[in-house]
Design a protein. Structure first.
Length: 159
């Protein structure tokens, strides 16, 4: 299921200051995410629309796009790894909108959606070159469980 959330108004998730925008199509949401990826300097590999579609095809998934007023500020794409684990595949917040709590809100909403869908744990990968992300995840009670074949840090949290 794909959703776009707006930080200025709130109907469905009061705690998160997001609202559900029902009239945005799947292709539009992918377009917004691809555009955000292009403008987030840390995301040096520029994931394409085709790669996103391939990654989530046939899987339970979620697009979360946070907006600051009318402007997209950040995003998160999640999908099911298996029946128990919901995976935060890729996320980012534009530089101009950092240190405003959007990253934390994206992760909290991702966790909420995972719980609502019945998953038992959430998982994410990060790299040593992103210490702020690693710090945020650890602060949010994620625990390191090892490294993948590319050296990325795997973190998990029980829900």
């Amino acid at each position: 299921m794909e959703r776009i959330y707006n930080s200025k108004t709130c109907t469905q998730f009061n705690k998160y200051k997001f609202s559900y925008m029902k009239n945005s199509g799947f292709s539009k949401k992918i377009g917004v995410v691809v555009n955000l990826i292009r403008h987030i300097p840390e995301l040096t590999y520029k994931t394409t629309e085709e790669e996103i579609r391939e990654r989530i095809e046939g899987k339970d998934h979620e697009f979360i796009i946070v907006k600051d007023g009318v402007n997209p500020a950040g995003f998160l794409i999640a999908y099911a790894l298996d029946e128990e684990t919901y995976y935060n595949w890729i996320m980012g917040v534009l530089s101009d909108f950092r240190d405003k709590g959007y990253g934390r809100q994206l992760i909290e909403l991702f966790e909420l959606k995972a719980m609502q869908k019945g998953y038992l744990e959430v998982s994410v990968k990060t790299m040593e070159k992103f210490p702020a992300m690693k710090y945020l995840l650890e602060k949010m009670k994620y625990e390191e469980t090892g490294f993948d074949k590319d050296g990325k840090i795997i973190l998990r949290k029980n829900l």
